[in-house]
Design a protein around this ligand. Structure first.
Ligand SMILES: [Zn+2]
Ligand SMILES: [Zn+2]
Ligand SMILES: [Zn+2]
Length: 314
């Protein structure tokens, strides 16, 4: 099954669960179930968001969107992760209250509803686990896994409270599960924010990249290095490379190929913009920061890059 089809099936399943809970809430007149309807309603919206983002991501790039639409999936992951944190904090607040004002054991139909939700969320988790993965899918996966665990917690708490007559089991289980949910969604939010803020991807160390390129023969200096992620696995880089005075124009093609090769093979960077310069303009910014660097001097014919720049890193 393709990713878009799997996500469509997930949205349909959540839609069915929502319909079921609306009917159950209508017949049981339960406030608790009604608040769960609100939750499953946001689940439905979040499943739709994941699906729409993934469909749009497949569109080809256009003149106004030259990178294409893949980053939409990162925006979706951010929105999903952030809303999950908000939701979890609300649940956590209610849970803490229940330590002080314990509620009676959930009625049978409430536990049945949790059982239905557990089955549906379990199927969704299983569907999201297989095949293609990215941050967007991961955010959805974590949400439904958390939901399945919370439903499981409702059932487990009902059994434990009935057997032991200790009402604090109920909020204690929810407290643990929701805390785990906040932690995992925070990781998704952080990862998507890093991409949205044009941060250097975690897998790339700019100092290692700097070393790898500045060591190539014919290169005097490298500066104004930027590496960012277009989507969660598509990396791009821009850098300025100062070439020695003895490098002739016809050799620069070979040099560019070599740099591109290093970026692609060692750092998985597919888009690169490399600017060749014959001298360093101190106004240029980026990594390494020229203005912070005492060792920096106008590179001369006799000075090779590794000694001129070495002092910066020690
Ligand atoms: Zn949910
Ligand atoms: Zn420059
Ligand atoms: Zn720059």
């Amino acid at each position: 099954m393709t990713l878009v089809r799997r996500l469509s099936a997930v949205a349909i399943l959540v839609g069915c669960l929502l319909a079921f809970e609306i009917v159950a809430a209508f017949f049981s007149h339960s406030v608790a179930l009604l608040s769960d309807v609100a939750h499953v309603g946001t689940d439905f919206l979040s499943a739709l968001l994941t699906l729409v983002a993934e469909r749009i991501a497949r569109r080809p790039s256009t003149q106004s969107m030259s990178y294409g639409f893949a980053r939409g999936t990162v925006v979706a992951a951010f929105v999903n992760g952030f809303s999950l944190i908000l939701l979890s904090v609300i649940i956590l607040g209610q849970t803490i209250l229940r330590f002080f004002y314990p509620e009676p054991v959930q009625p049978v139909w409430m536990i049945s509803a949790a059982l239905v939700a557990l089955v549906v969320d379990g199927i969704i988790v299983w569907m999201l686990m297989k095949g293609e993965q990215n941050l967007n899918i991961k955010s959805s996966f974590i949400h439904f896994l958390g939901d399945a665990l919370v439903s499981f917690g409702v059932i487990l708490a009902a059994v434990l409270v009935t057997v032991t007559h200790k009402p604090w089991f109920d909020p204690a289980i929810t407290f643990v599960l929701v805390s785990v949910m906040i932690y995992t969604s925070w990781k998704i939010v952080r990862q998507s924010l890093l991409i949205l803020m044009e941060g250097t991807p975690n897998t790339i160390n700019l100092e290692i990249l700097y070393d790898a390129i500045s060591r190539l023969p014919g290169i005097l200096a490298v500066h104004d290095i930027h590496v960012w992620a277009v989507s969660d696995r598509d990396y791009a880089a821009s850098l300025h490379v100062v070439i020695g005075p003895k490098v002739v124009i016809s050799e620069t093609d070979r040099l560019l190929k070599e740099i591109e090769g290093i970026l692609k093979e060692r750092f998985r960077i597919v888009h690169s913009a490399i600017q060749l310069e014959s001298h360093v303009d101190p106004e240029h910014h980026g990594f390494p920061h020229l203005k912070d660097r005492e060792a920096f001097e106008e590179p001369s014919e006799h000075k090779d890059a590794s000694t001129a720049y070495h002092t910066f890193f020690v």
